[in-house]
Design a protein around this ligand. Structure first.
Ligand code: MF3
Ligand code: CO
Ligand code: CO
Length: 249
């Protein structure tokens, strides 16, 4: 199936959905501190999303039981909020917010530092943010998906970090997950050519150790196989004629 090209009207609705998700993420992020449970984060995301007239896209998605993914320390992604999962000084936690507003979705995540964290933890968080931004910087009409993956993988390798290969970014619009799959590794000049009006996410998962993962018995939570810490940042990005527009800034 072809990748959807959004009309100017649809783009305006995507801007609103993206802003909505970004504002919820910022509001919730400002409340994080040691002692907060990831179930608290889930409640705040539900309240803030509803207050904006939106719906948490992740709630019930393929049976996902919460409104937000909360992925702490060695959790790569898809962490399920729990009352007994409490943030502690020195932790890092990714909060991934996806909101549906007026029929369109915005998807964004950040990894937050809880108090004073180790130099190593700060490193993986900074590298993940820079990898996300290096991927975004490649986005323009005519660029290839492989350019995005190569930029991310090159920076991660230079910084001594791993890139998780089993999950990627995705097209986004009237559904949270659409074509194309956006790999976070790749070869320059290879893969689908981006066209103005496409919307995708870029959301690299970066590890301190090896990039291998395993899934917990809850069938959702993904952790690093070696137990070392990992971080992720995500933006929803629109391809434009002369570059890109970050819809979740
Ligand atoms: N927001 C996640 C992403 O970036 C989606 C996770 S699917 C869920 O693609 F079901 F776990 F919520
Ligand atoms: Co996403
Ligand atoms: Co997301």
């Amino acid at each position: 199936m072809a990748v959807e090209i959004l009309s100017p009207r649809e783009i305006e609705r995507m801007r609103r959905a993206g802003r909505c998700a970004a504002e919820t993420l910022r509001a919730v992020g400002a409340r994080l501190r040691a002692g907060v449970s990831t179930a608290d984060i889930d409640r705040w995301v539900r309240e803030d999303t509803a207050a904006r007239g939106a719906r948490p896209s992740q709630l019930g998605y393929k049976g996902f039981p919460a409104a937000v993914c909360t992925s702490r320390n060695e959790v790569v992604c898809h962490g399920i909020p729990r009352e007994d999962d409490r943030l502690a000084e020195g932790d890092i936690v990714n909060v991934d917010v996806t909101s549906e507003l007026d029929g369109f979705h915005g998807d964004t995540s950040m990894t937050f530092l809880i108090g004073a964290v180790s130099a190593e933890a700060r490193h993986v968080v900074e590298v993940a943010r820079r990898c996300r931004d290096a991927g975004v910087a490649e986005v323009r009409d005519g660029a290839r998906l492989g350019d995005i993956g190569a930029a991310i993988a090159e920076l991660a390798a230079k910084e001594g970090c791993g890139v998780v290969e089993e999950f990627g970014g995705h097209g986004i619009g009237r559904r949270m997950h659409m074509e194309p799959h956006v790999a976070h590794t790749g070869a320059r000049g290879a893969g689908l050519r981006l066209r103005a009006g496409m919307a995708i996410t870029i959301e690299p998962m970066i590890t301190l150790g090896r990039p291998d993962i395993r899934q917990l018995a809850d069938r959702w939570t993904i952790v690093t196989a070696d137990g070392r810490w990992t971080a992720q940042f995500e933006h929803t990005v629109l391809v434009t004629r002369d570059g890109h527009e970050v819809l979740t800034a």
